[in-house]
Design a protein around this ligand. Structure first.
Ligand code: HEC
Length: 325
């Protein structure tokens, strides 16, 4: 079905509502929203480059999109989410901006001005086809509700939010909710399937898919940490973790991996020093259990020899793109 301006668009919007209602497991207050052509009511948003855009006409109509909610001061999972999407962006390569657009909408528009968003995007190596958006607070609240992302926009409860990524194909009205903190290769593969892209090979990095025999700790490192860290491959968004077990006190290390924001809030000198150096992005609290932390520390201590070269190869180019101090 091809949306025409007017009734086609309104049907697409109606289907969108229906699809969202059917696919949402979580309670979202969509039922109260009116259906119709103005489902997304063309809210004006502003990009990280200060350009004003209309949500439906400019960002959605006729497009395939991946949309998530962020705020740049977040200490929870949003930095991981953005780092993940940055890896997905790399995996999708030339599809970015051509076959799909990424939109990261700030739910903290007072703080997240276009300039702040631009810095943030730069830190994560954001390229063409990915917009960071801000706007009027009430518009954004309404929009996130309509997108089925409203749970994540609950500021009162924001540090406990679930990181959702909505994939949408506007012409067919199909929408699907994903977790934005999934493994980037898995996310890229999900997009490939969802959007029905014929040519998997067009995402060049698929050739480098990880072998399945990875140890549990290495897998955890790949899925939870490698978006921001390498082991021996240089700084990425966070510091190179090669030798970190030797250079830090063990209790400090475990606690920092477990609850970095608390260590920083206490004014711990090491944490403050790291935070100053790796400004803009904070080490997120990834809600790891003791056992997970212990196995990661063991991995960083002894298990780094084999994976280091692969992690290093992946991290290397990003290290140059991200490292800016
Ligand atoms: C979104 C990016 C991001 C993710 C994901 C992330 N980190 Fe970090 N990490 C950082 C940043 C940035 C710092 C520097 C401290 C700061 O600014 O808060 C850091 C610092 C650290 C440090 C302290 C390094 C030192 O020199 O003492 C350790 C250890 C660490 N991270 C381990 C991990 C582990 C293990 C994981 C996965 C479970 C992980 N990080 C996931 C961004 C990240």
């Amino acid at each position: 079905m091809n949306p025409q301006p007017g009734s086609g668009a309104s049907r697409a919007a109606g289907m969108l509502l229906a699809t969202v209602l059917w696919t949402m497991a979580a309670p979202v207050s969509l039922a109260a929203s009116p259906m119709g052509a103005d489902y997304f009511s063309n809210i004006t948003l502003t990009t990280q480059d200060g350009k004003n855009v209309r949500f439906y006409d400019d960002l959605l109509k006729g497009k395939s999109v991946a949309i998530n909610i962020i705020y740049t001061s977040c200490t929870d999972e949003c930095p991981l989410e953005t780092a993940r999407m940055s890896e997905v962006q790399r995996l999708l390569g030339p599809r970015m901006g051509r076959d799909i657009m990424f939109y990261s909408i700030s739910i903290d528009p007072e703080h997240d001005t276009p300039a702040v968003l631009k810095d943030y995007a730069k830190k994560f190596g954001v390229g063409p086809g990915w917009l960071f958006l801000t706007g009027k607070k009430e518009d954004i609240t309404a929009l996130t509700k309509k997108l089925g992302l409203s749970r994540t926009s609950d500021l009162a409860n924001r540090d406990g939010h679930a990181s959702s990524l909505m994939l949408g194909h506007e012409p067919s009205g199909q929408w699907m909710r994903n977790s934005a903190v999934d493994n980037p290769r898995f996310l890229a593969a999900s997009m490939n399937t969802f959007f029905g892209w014929p040519d998997l090979a067009a995402a060049p990095s698929y050739a480098q898919a990880l072998p399945v025999d990875m140890g549990r700790a290495q897998m955890m490192f790949q899925s939870r940490c490698a978006s921001c860290h390498t082991v021996g491959g240089g700084d990425k968004i966070g510091p190179d973790l090669q030798g970190v077990v030797q250079r830090r006190d063990p209790a400090w290390l475990s606690r920092f991996i477990r609850e970095p924001e608390k260590v920083l809030a206490e004014g711990d000198a090491t944490a403050v020093g790291l935070f100053r150096k790796y400004k803009q992005v904070r080490m997120p609290n990834l809600r790891l259990g003791d056992e997970e932390v212990a196995s990661l520390v063991a991995y960083l201590d002894v298990g780094v020899k084999a994976p280091a070269s692969r992690v290093a190869a992946e991290g290397h180019e990003a290290a140059h793109a991200h490292h800016q101090h």
